[in-house]
Design a protein around this ligand. Structure first.
Ligand code: UFG
Length: 347
């Protein structure tokens, strides 16, 4: 029988792409989401998952559920027998987390604790957790490998990822039978090549590439480039951008790792290559054939100059490697943006 995998936050950008890859790999995903970052479609189903259904030709099991709701979580675990959980639900805006630290700690930490308790109570002790390269803080050396010190980031969002990593590590140490793969994402961008699903930020995008795509499509006038006086190739910030489909496939590799009774493992999901903001703008101009206007403004607080992964450990132990390069990331992002200029909501 096909294995059931619970995906928390499965209607979001990363979640919807993971759900698609889960189905492709023969799993049965069960998605929960509270619509904090997702648009409702027909019949109460998230529009992202309605699109996934169209792509895979199969029904996606979904429940509107908040991970803070203990009773609902208990009910869910009573109803389904999960072999593993992919925990992606959480608040994720760095700037907002500085303004609303308690909200971020409540949702991200308490939400995770309730989920882990429900898992424990129902004997589901396999988890893939959505962590972030932000746990490394300001890099002491590059590329960032998993042995780099963590906990150096300064905002509540990043700290919540670090705290959750520590919590899960302690749990795996304390109780035999728990297996966890903590995935440290670098900068996921792009979209499924169908252009049917992609990133749909609510309000003004915080992240570079959704913003660039909205400039290209004419939704915004120009990009503000946050500083051009960093010690980088052209003075703008350098990041390790990874295609969202590669990232989603990394989650499938992680699920397979859990099967080996791996205990607690940590892997970077990145490509190993860094590109500057201006290199990204150029690449997107090429993919879209549109000019992308930008202005140089002050640095954004908390940004590091350069951040890219050593993806070697994931290659070695998960047999996973990013397959797609910069052009493909931008072409797929552009297709999604062209086909859905206003995201999921108004098409
Ligand atoms: N940038 C701009 N203008 C913008 C947005 C971003 O110039 O409007 C620049 C940033 O200064 C940075 C680069 O583009 O140099 C990438 O910025 P993003 O906001 O896209 O990504 P970050 O690397 O800052 O943050 C991302 C995720 C976080 C995660 C972190 C891990 O948003 O959730 O990667 O490194 F924690």
């Amino acid at each position: 029988m096909a294995e059931k995998v619970l995906v928390t936050g499965g209607a979001g950008y990363i979640g919807s792409h993971c759900v698609l890859e889960l189905v492709a790999a023969g799993y049965v995903p069960v998605v929960i989401d509270n619509f904090h970052n997702a648009i409702r479609g027909e019949g109460g189903l998230p529009e992202s998952l309605r699109r996934v259904q169209g792509l895979v030709g199969r029904e996606i099991l979904f429940e509107e559920l908040d991970v803070l709701d203990e009773a609902a979580l208990r009910g869910l675990f009573g109803k389904h027998r999960f072999s593993a959980v992919m925990h992606l639900a959480g608040l994720k805006a760095v700037g907002e987390s500085v303004q609303q630290p308690l909200e971020y700690y409540k949702v991200n930490l308490t939400g995770t604790i309730r989920l882990l308790e429900a898992m424990n109570a129902h004997g589901v002790r396999n988890i893939v957790f959505s962590s972030s390269a932000t746990v490394y803080g300001d890099p002491a050396y590059l590329p960032l490998d998993e042995k780099h010190p963590v906990g150096g980031c300064t905002n509540p969002y990043g700290k919540s990822k670090y705290f959750i990593e520590e919590m899960i590590r302690d749990l795996c140490k304390a109780e035999k039978g728990w297996n966890a793969v903590l995935l440290r994402y670098f900068n996921p961008i792009g979209a499924h090549e169908s252009g049917d699903i992609g990133e749909d930020p609510q309000g003004i995008p915080n992240n570079l590439m959704p913003y660039v795509a909205q400039v290209a499509v004419g939704r915004r006038e120009f990009l503000s480039v946050f500083g051009n006086d960093y010690d980088t190739v052209d003075g703008t910030g350098v990041r390790d951008y990874i295609h969202i489909v590669d990232l989603a496939k990394g989650h499938i590799a992680a699920l397979k790792k859990l099967k080996e009774n791996c205990g607690c493992k940590i892997y970077n999901l990145g490509t190993g290559t860094g590109y500057s903001v201006l290199q990204m703008v150029k690449a997107m101009e090429k993919a879209s054939g549109r000019e992308i206007k930008y202005k140089i403004v002050a640095r954004r607080e908390g940004d590091v100059a350069t951040c890219y992964a050593d993806p070697g450990l994931a290659a070695q132990e998960l047999g996973w490697k990013a397959a797609f390069g910069l052009n493909k990331m931008c072409e797929d992002l552009w297709r999604w943006q062209m086909q859905n200029p206003m995201g999921f909501s108004k098409n």
